[in-house]
Design a protein around this ligand. Structure first.
Ligand code: GLN
Length: 537
């Protein structure tokens, strides 16, 4: 074959490949459409599509879904006049336009939390339980914060695929206060790199309250998550710019991190905070006396900048998006924009884990096992890396300055889901793993147990039982572990199952008991063992 022929042949092959891929895509698109067009009408209602997306936590306002006016046909139909219809051709355009295959994945159930309904129900249950807790007091040392309605309680969750769920006052703006600290820390890591940043700030828990008047043995603030460190952080944010531009820089980051959620500035909190900031001024002078600041730092500007950053406002929905951006290694799930580098996020989460909850940080890391940051405004941002971000807002605080309901919510959350950093070490803990498809863990458990029993692998059977797999569960044919062990003649497995009080007479789809299986396969030892323990044929 000459070169021209070879080229022509490879061209034809490419065309064939392309048309095969196109065909596969076409079939997939058709299948998706048909899954929504339940009565084969040849069109779907707009509400069918939106309903399918919302059932997995994708909001109709999600900027990744691009439905244009023209996609929806509002002509009067033979059903209800004026209801929006979407034809197959328009549907195809909508899914092709959606960012990151969002619509396809949502309809197929291929998002990080496949069974989002059950997950949201659990979050709602935890919300209702936690709501009863009325302990604690609203922060009063900043008078303006003391006037907030103590009853507010909102929770929002956003997954790394942008699935969202909220309960309660999730739209109420609150002052982020100390939650500014991790984000400002990220900004200076991006701007200066880790080495320079940590010439001015340590990374050890301080072991005392958030406004403690102490420095570490190098005369530096202990970490960026307490006031001294956060003031130092502010001195490093775009130091060469005008103050107004420095503040704009911070605000723009909040907007990008939160997927363009509304980010506001509360001027009265800022003024109130500035008037009552003796401790923060003391910390500033103390650090200046110890030459901790970078050269040419203007202390008063730096302190005011810090008070401004603490006076930024977001609602729980916006803050959950910020937490999800951190969970997603710096890419905002809602916009798909990379806002922070993975290294920055890793460093920030490490310090949130060890220092994010003031003087409760060690206890929080122990009991909850997640990176988190609280603020005296009543907000709490929690990150489950590679899965989701959560914000809890409730202004009543405990004596350490953490939101009471926020902590309560996290305790209940960790009892329910396998989110603790080290839950993977205790896999038999019966906690829910929402990453699994509905019944996935149960089905996997039955299949593994049945197959280990049929192979006579006692060690594996023991492991599975230790992990919490129910020995009496049956597969879709009604076959159980003891059926399989009896059919294959594994007396050791049967002895073990008997010691765990297994049901001796389960009946499979064909009406067979384990003893019947043993007779059919002529396993004399097993027959005797089963009969001794009351098995019936
Ligand atoms: N602005 C507050 C302060 O400096 C922030 C502290 C906090 O939320 N713990 O006192």
């Amino acid at each position: 074959m000459n070169t021209k022929e070879a080229k022509d042949q490879s061209k034809t092959k490419n065309i064939q490949n392309t048309s095969t891929i196109e065909k596969i895509i076409e079939i997939e698109e058709k299948t998706l459409f048909e899954s929504l067009d339940k009565n084969s009408k040849g069109f779907i209602y707009y509400s069918d599509l939106i309903g399918a997306l919302e059932s997995v936590g994708i909001k109709k306002t999600d900027p990744r879904i691009k439905i244009e006016e023209d996609d929806i046909d509002y002509l009067a139909g033979d059903d209800l006049e004026g209801i929006g219809k979407i034809t197959y051709d328009k549907f195809k355009k909508i899914i092709q336009r959606s960012q990151g295959n969002l619509v396809q994945n949502a309809i197929k159930g291929n998002l990080i939390i496949p069974d989002f309904k059950s997950f949201s129900n659990e979050i709602n249950r935890i919300y209702s339980t936690t709501k009863k807790n009325k302990a604690g007091n609203v922060a009063s040392y900043i008078p303006q914060l003391g006037r907030v309605n103590p009853e507010y309680f909102g929770v929002s969750v956003c997954t790394i695929d942008g699935q969202r769920y909220s309960a309660g006052d999730s739209n109420v703006n609150f002052c982020i206060q100390s939650i500014t600290k991790p984000i400002n820390y990220c900004l200076i890591l991006e701007e200066h790199g880790e080495e320079k940043v940590h010439k001015h700030i340590g990374r050890e828990p301080s072991g005392i309250g958030f406004n403690g008047l102490v420095l570490n043995n190098k005369q530096l603030p202990h970490n960026p998550m307490i006031n001294s460190g956060a003031i130092m952080t502010c001195s490093l944010i775009k130091p060469d710019l005008e103050m107004a531009d420095r503040f704009d820089h911070v605000m723009k980051y909040w907007s990008r991190l939160s997927g363009k959620s509304p980010v506001r500035f509360n001027n009265s909190v800022y003024l109130s905070e500035k008037l009552t900031a003796d401790r923060n001024f003391a910390l500033g002078y103390f650090m200046r006396e110890n030459k901790a600041f970078p050269e040419n730092t203007n202390l008063i500007d730096t302190l005011e900048f810090y008070f401004q950053c603490c006076s930024i406002e977001l609602n729980a929905e916006g803050m959950a998006n910020v937490a999800a951006t951190l969970a997603n290694a710096g890419i905002c799930p809602i916009t798909g924009e990379r806002v922070l580098s993975p290294d920055t996020v890793k460093n920030c989460l490490s310090l949130m884990y060890s220092c994010g909850m003031y003087d409760f940080s060690g206890e929080f890391a122990f009991a909850i096992g997640l990176p988190a940051k609280s603020g005296v405004g009543g907000g709490l941002m929690v990150v489950v890396p590679n899965l989701l971000g959560i914000c809890i807002y409730s202004p009543r605080l405990d004596e350490l300055g953490n939101t009471v309901r926020g902590i309560d919510f996290c305790k209940e959350l960790i009892k329910t889901f396998n989110f603790h950093n080290y839950d993977s070490l205790t896999s038999g803990n019966n906690k829910i793993d929402p990453r699994l498809k509905r019944n996935q863990s149960k089905i996997e458990g039955i299949i593994s147990l049945c197959s280990a029993s049929s192979e006579g692998d006692l060690l594996e059977v023991r492991h599975l039982v230790a992990q919490g797999v129910d020995i009496n569960l049956a597969d879709y044919d009604g076959r159980t572990a003891i059926h399989l062990a009896a059919s294959e003649g594994h007396a050791n497995i049967i002895e073990y199952l008997i010691s765990k009080n297994v049901n001796m007479n389960p009946i499979d789809r064909w009406g067979n008991t384990p003893l019947a299986d043993a007779y059919r396969s002529k396993h004399q030892m097993v027959i005797e063992l089963l009969e001794k323990h009351g098995a019936k044929n």
